[in-house]
Design a protein around this ligand. Sequence first.
Ligand SMILES: *Cc1c(COP(=O)(O)O)cnc(C)c1O
Length: 361
Amino acid sequence: MGRIYNFSAGPAMLPEEVLKEAADEMLDYRGTGMSVMEMSHRSKAYEAIIKEAEKDLRDLMNIPDNYKVLFLQGGASTQFAMIPMNLMKNKVADYIITGQWAKKAYQEAKLYGTANAVASSADKTFSYIPDVSDLPISENADYVYICENNTIYGTKYKTLPDTKGKILVSDISSCFLSEPVDVTKYGVLYGGVQKNIGPAGVVIVIIREDLITEDVLPGTPTMLKYKIHADNDSLYNTPPAYGIYICGKVFKWIKNLGGLEAMKEKNEKKAAVLYDFLDQSKLFKGTVEKKDRSLMNVPFVTGNEELDAKFVKEAKAAGFENLKGHRTVGGMRASIYNAMPMEGVQKLVEFMKKFEADNTK
Ligand SMILES: *Cc1c(COP(=O)(O)O)cnc(C)c1O
């Protein structure tokens, strides 16, 4: 049994080269006589790993010097609380609700202050990104929050909201390193890494330095203060050391492929293979408004639940894993992150064509 094409929304495929390299270094990391998993996070060898990972990420995303890069734990979901705890000075924040992850972040923020939903696409099952060009931003909002790529619904912001001078906070979990970003447009960018970068648990936070202060909500646990992690270069306590090591390898893999411009080009070509097929198919159709389509997550349906289930079952048997859509959308979803090869998408489309021929009269 070889490796299959894993279309999971996350944890998702990692580059085979990275996995092989990690396997080669498993028992003896570069002459240390131990695995990275067994290594002190205060050792010279580990210090080099985390420093280099940060440097490579800074290079890839062109992160300015006045932003800190933090490697934290607790996944993306812990940030739903950490953001309001650290940033809600006026106890007001505006949220744009474009799916479940944005909604969860919004609900969490309500535990700490006033969270306003200033726009939403809930009326059409989050199948589009609302117009964000002229939002009713609250005068005293501490920040405006978005989920930039909506993993479940397959939408992505093509232009950022006009925050009317307020700090923009963005969850980039499922579009992390998929294309270039202008970091200077954000106060905080963060993402769980298990969609596009590494093993679950690690969350990377890129935060403008002036937003890291002692002035946090009363009762904020030490572990949930950005300042403690920033002051200690992500080594306040034992970090998710092995996970960060794998992230570092993925950063190198992307650098070797030509960086984020090259990644974007690859991702656009890959997504086009699937979207072009969906747009002319008589059986399958995409569920998202064309202008808002994600390059990473592609939901589609046949319009018939039984046929959807048959497709997922037959696809699995043919080596295309995890194509079942999220329970709130139904149908199918193909997540085609950076590590999914073009060949995987082409073979999926071949399979869909055959399924269509066999199931339409
Ligand atoms: C997966 C995901 C999350 C949740 O990540 P966890 O690491 O499981 O907490 C949050 N936001 C987005 C956009 C996601 O795709």
